[in-house]
Design a protein around this ligand. Structure first.
Ligand code: SF4
Ligand code: SF4
Length: 103
């Protein structure tokens, strides 16, 4: 199991989760942060820190955000940020994501 970062993080990226992760497995791409599933130890520390509730245990990810499994895993599978960025941009365009900035 791992944790997954989903749509609400797109263009928000306040990095609250990064500060609490004990194994530094949350990585910053262009428009979203992603969790490396190989490194994540499932501690759950990041989930309550996210101001927009973007972080879920993989088995509790809402179905509508299933695409973010692939986006997070793309980094961990060594495909790196290029694939993460491509998939995120394609998703954001298709779903017209316009997350309002944090106040
Ligand atoms: S569950 Fe724990 S190890 Fe995994 S990304 Fe969150 S803080 Fe890091
Ligand atoms: S705390 Fe939430 S919005 Fe902020 S970077 Fe992490 S996942 Fe993204």
């Amino acid at each position: 199991m791992t944790y997954i970062i989903a749509e609400p993080c797109i263009d928000i990226k306040d990095r609250s989760c990064v500060d609490v992760c004990p194994v530094d497995c949350i990585h910053e791409a262009e428009r979203i942060l992603v969790i490396d599933p190989e490194e994540c130890i499932d501690c759950g520390a990041c989930e309550p820190e996210c101001p927009v509730e973007a972080i879920f245990p993989e088995d509790a990810l809402p179905d509508k955000w299933e695409a973010f499994v692939k986006i997070n895993y793309a980094y961990g599978e060594g495909e790196g940020f290029d694939v993460v960025n491509q998939l995120t941009t394609a998703y954001a365009t298709e779903h017209n994501v316009q997350n309002p900035p944090l106040e």
